[in-house]
Write a protein that binds this ligand. Sequence first.
Ligand code: NAP
Length: 298
Amino acid sequence: MKPIVGVVGLGIMGQPMARNLLKAGYPVIACNRTRSRMACLTDMGAEAACSPAEVARKAEIIITMVSDTPDVKQVILGEEGVAAGACEQSVVIDMSTISPSTTREISRILADRGIAMLDAPVSGGEKGAIEGTLSIMAGGPEEVFRRCLPVFQAMGKNIVYMGESGSGQIAKLCNQAACSLTILSVAEALILGARAGLDLEALLKAISGGAAGSWSMSNLGPKIIDGNFAPGFMVDLHQKDLRLVLQAAGEFGVSLPGTALVHQLFNAVQRRCDGGRLGNQALILALEDLAGVEARRR
Ligand code: NAP
């Protein structure tokens, strides 16, 4: 019999991840701060809970998928948080992208109460969450990771154990440094192509199959040339991640000039009206302002 899985946070990512757990046959109990967002899950057979504490009282494994470090602290350690309802058999899995040091702090507090915690942030975007093909990078006790592997397999394909608590979050920050620069590379290629008068659809087709190909080019390139800036991953959340990457760079004493540059360019996008709520493909808007050209399909 499959364990009951709780999901706290049903946003762009949490909702499809919970749907894939239901499809894989896990009983799901879910809660979301904005209750109206829960309807499409309860329609599929998930049970609705009023608080993270209620989720934890009823589920053996509790997944949190909320926005930022203070939000994870609140839904786990706050009043009516997960810790208030969890017991010694519970496993808490935070799949949000947050600070590695706060992750270790939360994990220690839970461990003192006999509750196990994994950090298991994801990559692959909304598309990966919908298709159940996320990359999942996990930190925490290895034996707990092994026990939870089937749950991860319901949501992802490439699932890698990284080591002690916080290692999953550090791996995710490395991922964010890398993908920030692939978005910039796509944007720069499209700006040059647009200024030179190329057909941008043909350009993406020509270069995405070669050495320049990337997830960003295949998934975000077509959105850019269609002028589709709806969020798969919001600029505000991307900036939250880049702040964490640059903070880690400071802590470890390494220079990440490319990541710092993308962070500065996203500042310009955030200054636009509602710019922070656009998808991260909107990075190109900053370069379009600099170049005086729009990179759109003919
Ligand atoms: P989102 O659509 O903005 O959803 C955020 C969710 O967190 C919502 O359900 C929101 O509830 C809830 N939440 C936020 N603060 C809360 C609080 N203080 N208390 C209770 N609930 C709270 O964001 P998302 O894109 O799903 O991202 C979730 C996490 O996954 C983030 O850490 C992000 O960095 C990471 N991530 C995102 C992507 C992506 O492509 N989107 C990819 C990889 C990783 P409401 O509905 O009430 O606002």
